[in-house]
Design a protein around this ligand. Structure first.
Ligand SMILES: Cc1ncc(C[n+]2csc(CCOP(=O)(O)OP(=O)(O)O)c2C)c(N)n1
Length: 341
């Protein structure tokens, strides 16, 4: 076992500290992404910008339940909040989006394809579903090397990713090996423009957990308190030896697939219904109602985070991009995955 960490779940409920950390990371993700969207629209960012708007409660509940340097986390395109909750610095994001050579990918890999693998934050793989076996493999390697301890591995995927062979192979392998892994499915109703009824024929994706032989949980992805309870609980269960955990979060992507897409194909009834709620607005209300936050604290958080974000953009904008004449053509700043060089 490694050093003791504060529990995130006590008597089946998320601790106040954990919920506040989740909410803070949700705001950091949203404010950073709003800024990135503006920079993209101003032509300052090369490549795509994909946002997690509406998915922050799910993403941050996962990231805040993990510990960078101890656990393994493979985020996907909508996980800015989860990355920040896990421990990614704002500067890692702005430097990568703005092509600074000081960033974790040295200005040589695009936007969301960034990570710090030696600290357990894996750079995103585009191929949907691939991260399940990637994280599973990392956990198996740690187990074989005798370094697994109480580490947990986790990844988030979308409903579309569940239709890939990679997802199936990965989850089956994780289940057979009974690895301490949490797989979150952010069921946001669309895979790009493909609606759920063209994606899967089962009633609910959580029903598949039984077929894989893993624990299955459902959660309302618009409700931060529920996300913290269910996702935090799944991480705690994996950490305490209960095997792989599959969590299906129901929500709606509150934007297009990326900032190049207006999402006009999204059904208006979905936008206006329960799933179309903004988890940040709902979260603010819930935390205030439950005495976990005051309106003044919330405003102070927004102010503090906005300043941090502005500063991270300003720093990255002043920095040089990579120099092709002196490059060693290694994408990550550490020359090995373990950061030995
Ligand atoms: C194996 C594979 N097939 C197709 C794509 C192209 N692609 C990128 S994102 C995307 C939609 C993903 O939808 P979903 O998994 O539901 O996640 P969401 O974008 O809704 O968060 C597709 C089809 C890909 N990256 N990988």
């Amino acid at each position: 076992m490694s050093e003791a960490f504060d529990p995130i779940i006590q008597h089946g409920a998320p601790t106040q500290e954990y919920v506040r950390r989740v909410m803070y990371a949700m705001l950091r993700g949203r404010i950073m992404e709003t800024k990135l969207s503006n920079l993209y629209k101003a032509g300052k960012i090369v490549g795509g910008v994909y946002l997690g708007k509406g998915q922050e409660a799910v993403s941050a509940s996962l990231g805040a339940a993990l510990r960078m340097g101890h656990d393994v986390f493979a985020p996907l395109i909508r996980d800015q909040a989860g990355r920040m909750a896990f421990g990614e610095a704002s500067l890692d994001a702005t430097r990568t989006y703005l092509g600074s050579a000081q960033g974790p990918m040295r200005g040589r890999d695009g936007n969301i394809h960034r990570g710090r693998p030696d600290e357990g934050l894996y750079a995103m793989i585009s191929h949907l579903g691939a991260a399940v076996s990637q994280v599973g493999g990392a956990l198996l390697a740690k187990r074989i090397q005798g370094t697994l301890g109480d580490s947990v591995g986790a990844t988030c995927v979308g409903d579309g990713a569940t239709s890939t062979g990679a997802f199936h192979e990965g989850l089956n392998f994780v289940a057979v090996e009974r690895l301490p892994m949490v797989v979150i499915i952010a069921d946001n109703q669309y895979a790009y423009s493909t609606p759920n009824e063209r994606q899967y024929a089962c009633e609910d994706l959580v029903d598949r957990a039984k077929g894989y032989g893993v624990a299955g949980h459902s959660v309302d992805g618009t409700n931060v308190l529920e996300c913290a309870r269910v996702i935090g609980g799944a991480v705690a269960a994996a950490r305490s030896g209960e095997g792989p955990q599959l969590v299906v979060a129901k929500l709606l992507r509150l934007g297009g697939h990326g900032e190049h897409d207006d999402g006009s194909y999204v059904e208006p009834e979905l936008r206006q219904g329960h799933l179309g709620r903004d988890c940040i607005e709902v979260g603010k209300e819930l935390l205030i109602q439950n005495g976990l936050l005051t309106a003044e604290q919330y405003d102070a958080w927004v102010q503090e985070i906005s300043e941090e974000c502005q500063e991270a953009v300003a720093v990255a904008q002043r920095e040089e991009g990579p120099n092709p004449y002196s490059e060693d053509w290694s994408a990550t700043s550490s020359l090995s995955l373990r950061g030995l060089k």
